[in-house]
Write a protein that binds this ligand. Sequence first.
Ligand code: ATP
Length: 249
Amino acid sequence: FSLQGLNVNKGSKITFADIGGLQDAKEKLTKIILWPIEFPEIIDQCPLKQQNSALLYGVPGTGKTLLANAVAGESGLNFISIKGPELMSKYIGESEEAVRRLFEKAQAAKPCLLFFDEFDSLAPRRGKDQTGVTDRVVNQLLTALDGVESLTGVWVIAATSRPDLIDPALLRPGRIGTSVFCDLPSKSDRVEILQHLCANVCLADDVILDEIAGRTEMYTGADLKGLISTAQIKLLDNLGINFNFMILK
Ligand code: ATP
């Protein structure tokens, strides 16, 4: 049994500077993950063991995955990233063993950041699944997370858009005890996000990002990305590119 195809990456190219807004989330993650790396002698002297896991939650597209990648980039930690549904489907019948191996892999690669995306599919409330598969996975996660607290050099970030679905035992202090809300961007956050998204885009003189930010209340970062990409397609359309011709070719 091996976790084939699951890579340990060295850090990430993404940093906090690539993320618009999410100031509060960046600060919380800095305290949990970056401080112990930067000031180990101070953190080690704290009488209580510091939390080393966090749950990022917020509606889809608010930048949770981007944020986890940015923590890997800022810290330079080895980085293992796995999506909950992928782990459940790829290792059918062996998912709990896959979880155990995943934590072993993180420990072997320490200092390491282990990121679970779409965590709700991996860790739903126990007692609801007739087959018992997800219950066993949750029990394995509980065991592994209890172990992580006593380890130094392994951090865990989980992300979800449905925190209400997650088994509460996993979110107890000492396991994934810190929840970090990834809110919808404010107007000034949207300006920042648009600036990042348009960094390599040649904008027409009459495009005012501040005005676009003012007209996109309730848009997530992913929605803004969609908006820019739609504008790009529209531009190609206006230039008269013949798509049928391109597809045939
Ligand atoms: P999901 O819950 O669906 O997994 P998510 O919250 O993890 O979504 P991301 O996958 O991180 O969201 O965001 C999708 C894309 O939207 C990013 O790759 C990025 O291009 C853009 N984006 C989202 N939020 C931001 C942000 N705050 N700053 C810059 N870009 C952003």
